[in-house]
Design a protein around this ligand. Structure first.
Ligand SMILES: [Fe+2]
Ligand SMILES: [Fe+2]
Length: 180
């Protein structure tokens, strides 16, 4: 399925992004300084792309059809696993933003530690989450969804990808900040 290949490619991008977040945390440990511009761009990238683009496609299309048509095992896998982890990712991002704001005001090392902790919680979660989807969830969908449903997923994903294209200039701007 092209829709699944597309999601796997987005995982590759997200994993490169988590590597960059980890690198930035190591830098903080050495320098005891925060690059505010980097973290603001990273938080925006998480919200607009990792969540707003990637998780949205999973939730609104692939997972929706898995829950509707693949029975209780798929429903459990999606609702108790993947969707809970998406919520956790959102919560870590929110906590990261809070700790960043606190640190910028206080310059307290405790707040700095929270920035590192929240960033690495997000990194660790996303790495294992993407791996589970690549190895378990997507192959499960590929194997068990009917051809009729797969066709619907392909069409709906293609439509959403077309809409997402207008966000790409902003994504490139953020990537310039994050990967420079
Ligand atoms: Fe996901
Ligand atoms: Fe994913």
């Amino acid at each position: 399925m092209k829709a699944i290949d597309y999601l796997v490619n987005e995982h590759e991008e997200i994993i490169l992004f988590t590597d960059r977040l980890e690198e930035e945390c190591l830098k903080i440990m050495e320098d005891k300084l925060i690059d505010e511009k980097f973290f603001r761009a990273a938080i925006r990238y998480i919200r607009e792309f990792a969540d707003g683009v990637h998780h949205k496609k999973e939730e609104d299309i692939l997972f929706k059809y898995m829950v509707e048509s693949l029975g209780p095992a798929a429903e459990k896998l999606v609702k108790n696993g993947m969707l809970v982890e998406h919520q956790m990712a959102r919560a870590y991002c929110m906590e990261l933003e809070k700790s960043l704001e606190s640190y910028l005001k206080s310059k307290d090392n405790r707040d700095l530690l929270q920035v590192i902790t929240n960033t690495m919680s997000y990194v660790n979660l996303l790495r294992q989450h993407a791996d589970k989807e690549n190895k378990v969830v997507y192959p499960f969908a590929q194997k068990h969804l009917s051809n009729e449903i797969k066709d619907k997923i392909e069409i709906e994903s293609f439509d959403l990808v077309e809409i997402e294209k207008r966000l790409m200039p902003m994504k490139e701007e953020l990537k310039k900040i994050i990967f420079s």
